[in-house]
Design a protein around this ligand. Structure first.
Ligand SMILES: Nc1nc2c(ncn2[C@@H]2O[C@H](COP(=O)(O)OP(=O)(O)OP(=O)(O)O)[C@@H](O)[C@H]2O)c(=O)[nH]1
Length: 784
């Protein structure tokens, strides 16, 4: 199940007002302290000292051309993933600075980071779009994707994970594993991504290395390999111990950018205690790795059984690499990105322990035999250049002006330019080989999730080879096997109407929405059949707010949003039968359809309606009539009789059907549709509402008012955990009750609490709550 967490930091800072709508909207939405602080700041100029094409840059900033097409073994495609605010963007900024691609340290709080380049990201201090940046580190080429932490953009994370070979999971060392960490961790499990953990914010009050490691062990059920130990914690944090090499790394307190640090062997004379602790940690690490890797176990037990201390660092590192690649354990490192400590060793670990593209197993590569095979994982629209498509190249080479074949859309199109992505700066390149991430210009039809090959004949040849391979595995569809799996798109739980400033601007709005949908498959747009209004469906309040903002900024359209609504569903509780007959003469032609069907409830979470035919019906049903019936079932179930919400978890069984010869399929469709509506109306009906898992982190003093408030919101508390000095309230609450919760929580706790929401499931409303809801909607809905 795709999970969505909604994370909110609350603060007691003043709520700003931008317009009447925004005032209303934000009082019911969340607001974040950093966003507010930033809004009250004088904006700094957005441009940074980016690396740009050769000749333009200064001596201290490297040219990207030095790292184009390195050997595959030297490529690392990695992502940074974490709970919101753990420090992904700050860590990425340090990567770029230490690797020489930026001249100044970017700061999310100043809104001048390279990867958060959208205006909204810089204003709010959050990552919304993932950004791909390319840099080199000690001879390795690193393609890095900084992903959003906020739940509303989880799909963005999922899209990126699909094309990564490894990931760095960043943690706030004072909080350990948080709600969204669990979600992204599960996503990485799903895509089998090897990862390393970085315990960031070791300088922060409350930071605890042991606590964070324990939470990785307990909550993520992962096996942490402790490769570093912190020297000091919180205010006293000043450096690290490299357990593998038995060295201490101390950052020069006079250096304000952390470039300057010294690495010294731990000696009995100068650091007896630290050395003892390190040897113990190293021995434990060796035992742990030996347990997980037979080759290393043989080596250790053979040559070094008497004294583990003599195991060479390189042998241990190679074994840790294998164990990481097998996802048997996760290396754990620590530091403080903000205070510029521990980032360079983290980069070393990325190159040392995370896999190169050729170390990952991609079974489909054998079908292409070196021909082009790539996956489009992200589409952006650029005003000047049109659609920009990000491609992960799995095999073959991309060059500018290349014609490519899109298997999903069965079309051939030509790309005009090939670029290397460097946040919002793109460098033109002559070619790019397998293992890389490329940005292409000119592909107008390609959408997120499409598989790209060099030509139709190459696709056919691959399909033939795949067919041979697939038969052995008993699979049937050759074409399907060629498609690199796309991304599972979750059902949106929020919706609202959107209106252009005037009717004349409707086509402009449609155009903007079409483009935004191509970029963001989690955004759904539909037309309300009753009101004719355009409806936006999104993953959360922030998601819809950002879309609204982008339409204004990027397309110059001031649109009006209706109130945000929860996406309810409906179902039925008992089996009912209905009959219907449609007998019409149009011109000189008689159309006659008569049907009897049964609607009955099926297992919860079965999804949209299941269609069944009695034997006597299915025997001689023409294909065209079958299609008309299926369309009728799906369209009739889109709008239930209670709230006009989709009807789920029902089966429709057609018991009898009479169609006179010459009757049009439109009439068949109309008759079945009417008959289903009759049946649904007759049945006992049930509203299903989205239920969210909730996690509130609050200090002990404010626990009681938070619990009392949740009780009023139909909250169901499962557990209250202790996390350092805080209490973590875990439970479930209906989405309808939690809208605008951030404002309430901020008031209740003087801005000291944070909360996270995850969509859990759809649950049946109690008869009392259902009738309250229907009464509220009585203008538009029929009361039970
Ligand atoms: N004390 C401390 N604060 C840090 C550290 N790293 C980041 N921060 C702060 O934490 C906040 C969040 O940092 P970001 O880098 O934006 O975190 P993120 O994970 O990219 O956030 P999203 O993209 O919004 O999910 C900012 O105020 C940073 O200045 C650190 O090592 N120590």
């Amino acid at each position: 199940m795709f999970t969505h967490w909604r994370i909110f930091a609350v603060s007691h800072q003043k709520v700003f007002s931008v317009s009447v709508f925004f005032f209303f909207f934000f009082t019911m939405c969340y607001c974040r302290i950093r966003a507010i602080l930033k809004r009250s700041k004088t904006r700094v100029p957005l441009r940074r000292n980016y690396s740009s094409p050769p000749g333009v840059v200064g001596n201290d900033v490297k040219s990207l051309h030095s790292v184009i097409n390195p050997p595959v073994a030297k490529i690392r495609n990695i992502g940074i993933m974490a709970h919101i605010d753990a420090g992904k963007t700050t860590t990425t900024e340090r990567f770029l600075y230490y690797s020489g691609y930026t001249r100044a340290l970017g700061d999310v709080d100043d809104g001048d980071t390279v990867t958060d380049f959208m205006a909204q990201e810089r204003e709010r201090g959050i990552t919304i779009q993932s950004a791909a940046v390319t840099f080199d580190w000690k001879g390795y080429r690193v393609n890095l994707i900084d992903t959003p932490g906020h739940v509303d953009f989880t799909l963005e994370v999922e899209r990126c994970l699909r094309v990564l070979d490894g990931a760095v999971a960043v943690f706030d060392a004072s909080a350990g594993v948080e709600a969204q960490t669990l979600t992204v961790w599960k996503q990485a499990d799903k895509h089998k991504i090897p990862r390393i953990c970085f315990l960031n914010k070791m300088d922060k009050t409350g930071a605890s290395f042991n606590y964070a490691v324990e939470s990785i062990r307990e909550k993520l059920k992962a096996k942490p390999l402790i490769l570093q130990l912190p020297i000091g914690e919180a205010k006293t944090f000043k450096g690290l111990v490299d357990v593998v090499n038995k060295e201490k790394l101390l950052w020069n307190s006079n250096s304000d950018d952390g470039k300057d640090f010294e690495r010294k062997p731990l000696l009995e004379a100068s650091d007896p205690e630290l050395l003892k602790e390190t040897i113990e940690a190293r021995n434990a690490l060796i035992e742990q790795v030996a347990d997980l890797d037979d080759e290393f176990a043989d080596l250790v037990l053979g040559e070094f059984s008497e004294n583990f201390d003599l195991v060479p660092a390189e042998k241990l590192q190679t074994a840790i690499h294998r164990v990481t690649l097998a996802q048997a354990a996760v290396p754990v490192l620590c530091g403080s990105a903000l205070k510029n400590k521990g980032v360079q060793p983290l980069l070393d670990a990325v190159t040392m322990y995370l896999p190169s593209p050729e170390e990952r197993e991609y079974g489909f590569l054998q079908w292409y035999k070196g021909d082009l095979c790539a996956l489009a994982f992200k589409v952006l629209h650029d005003k000047q250049r049109g659609p920009l498509v990000f491609l992960r190249i799995y095999s073959g080479t991309l060059t500018p002006q290349l014609a490519i074949h899109n298997i999903n859309r069965n079309c051939t199109e030509r790309m005009s330019r090939l670029l290397l992505p460097f946040a919002d700066q793109h460098v033109e390149i002559p070619s790019l080989t397998a293992g890389n991430i490329a940005l292409t210009v000119g592909l107008k039809q390609t959408a997120t999730g499409d598989t790209i090959v060099s030509s139709k004949s190459s696709a056919l040849a691959a399909a033939r080879r795949a067919g041979r391979g697939e038969k052995r595995h008993g699979r049937s569809s050759e074409a399907e096997s060629l498609l690199l799996a796309g991304v599972e798109i979750p059902e949106p739980v929020f919706f609202c109407t959107i209106e252009p400033p005037s009717v004349a601007k409707q086509p402009d709005l449609d155009h903007a929405l079409e483009r935004l949908q191509r970029e963001d498959p989690s955004l759904k747009v539909r037309l309300d059949p009753d009101s004719g209004q355009t409806v936006l469906c999104g993953m959360g309040e922030l998601h819809i707010e950002i879309i609204h903002d982008r339409i204004k900024r990027e397309y110059g359209l001031e649109t009006y949003l209706g109130p945000l609504q929860v996406a309810y569903r409906e179902t039925i509780l008992n089996s009912v039968r209905a009959t219907d007959t449609l007998d019409r003469t149009l011109g000189d032609k008689r159309h006659f359809v008569s049907a009897e069907l049964e609607a009955r409830p099926v297992e919860a979470a079965a999804g949209m309606a299941v269609i069944e035919y009695a034997d006597c019906v299915s025997e001689d049903l023409a294909q065209a009539s079958r299609e008309a019936i299926e369309n009728a079932v799906h369209s009739a179930c889109l709008q239930g009789p209670l709230l006009g919400s989709p009807v789920h978890d029902v089966a429709i069984k057609l018991h009898s059907l009479t169609i006179h010869p010459g009757t049009s399929t439109t009439m068949v469709n109309a008759c079945i549709s009417r008959c289903i509506q009759k049946a649904l109306k007759k049945a006992d009906k049930q509203v299903l509402e989205p239920l969210m898992s909730l996690e509130v982190t609050v200090t002990r003093d404010y626990l009681s008012p938070v619990l009392a408030d949740l009780a009023q919101r139909r909250g169901n508390i499962q557990e209250i955990q202790t996390r350092q000095d805080n209490r973590v309230v875990i439970g479930f609450v209906p989405l309808a009750e939690i809208m605008g919760y951030s404002t309430v929580l901020r008031t209740l706790t003087s801005g000291s609490a944070t909360f996270a929401l995850e969509f859990s499931t759809y649950q049946a409303m109690s008869p009392q709550d259902q009738s309250t809801l229907l009464n509220q909607r009585s203008g538009v809905a029929q009361v039970l």
